[in-house]
Design a protein around this ligand. Structure first.
Ligand code: NDP
Length: 238
């Protein structure tokens, strides 16, 4: 088996996803840059290659079954297997006009957010599982948020986004249980409050800082934790 490990990062063209791609590339992974927009994808691949990363672009819209199936085929042809999947792509959803105030909640916004943040993760994970099963130490990292923590109840009231991350956490534990007797380790990560487009670049942490926990969970040893929710400080309460 080829020794070079391959990692797919979804939403890798900018923000935390780009930093995860760069960080995994720096420690020797070949990085599949999952991104839906062709121009942004190519620019990201070029920037990563300029930084010395072995990167290739993968057209990937996590809301499309066809796109996800084609992405799996591209990775199979290019790498033959997948060692790491980072489900990073995510959206906050519209908030104007009380769209995420629970008392005036726009259910179309909820559907849109769930389609990317939760169904997208399931779509991508299930399409990639056959490739992950070919790896010796496969890892799946789901990029969650402490806004999804029912214990912490932190951040602004966002009744589509926050529950999408609570559901993602729950789905993460279901995968971990289902895959408990395999070598596939699945966890959820919280990057902290990070300056990206997502936050209007108005947050204290850098994308590199936000990426660190995902990189750590993507490179866990074989006896590492399963089905947990972690940030830089350790376990995040559910
Ligand atoms: P950005 O908005 O900077 O990046 C989001 C990425 O997801 C972009 O590459 C975007 O692509 C991609 N994306 C969105 N929808 C899709 C889709 N349908 N298919 C493929 N890619 C898609 O956000 P961040 O980097 O800040 O966030 C990354 C993750 O971290 C998200 O899951 C977010 O919920 C989570 N997070 C972020 C926090 C923060 O403080 N920033 C805090 C807690 C969690 P495109 O450029 O085409 O839109």
């Amino acid at each position: 088996m080829n020794d070079t490990k391959t990692a797919l990062v979804t939403g890798a063209n900018k923000g935390i996803g780009f930093a995860i791609a760069e960080g995994l590339g720096a420690i020797g992974f070949t990085v599949a840059v999952g991104a839906r927009d062709e121009i942004r994808r190519k620019e990201a691949v070029e920037r990563l290659r300029a930084a010395g990363v072995d990167a290739f672009g993968v057209a990937l819209d996590v809301t499309s079954d066809d796109s996800v199936a084609a992405a799996a085929a591209t990775i199979e042809q290019t790498a033959g297997r997948l060692d790491v999947l980072v489900n990073n792509a995510g959206i906050s959803g519209r908030t104007d006009g009380g769209a995420q105030d629970p008392t005036t909640l726009d259910l179309d916004v909820v559907r849109t957010v769930l389609d990317t943040n939760v169904f997208g993760v399931v779509r991508v994970t299930n399409a990639m599982l056959p490739l992950l099963r070919r790896a010796t130490s496969p890892r799946i990292v789901n990029m969650s948020s402490n806004m999804g923590s029912l214990t912490l109840q932190t951040g602004p009231i966002m009744a589509a986004y926050a529950p999408s991350k609570s559901l993602l956490n729950s789905v993460t534990t279901q995968y971990a249980r289902r895959l408990a007797d395999t070598n596939i380790i699945v966890n959820a990560a919280c990057p902290g409050y990070v300056a990206t487009d997502f936050t209007g670049f108005n947050a204290p942490r850098t994308p590199e800082q936000g990426a660190a926990i995902a990189i750590r969970l993507a490179t866990l040893p074989d006896d590492g934790p399963r089905g947990g929710f972690f940030d830089d400080d350790g376990v995040v309460p559910w």
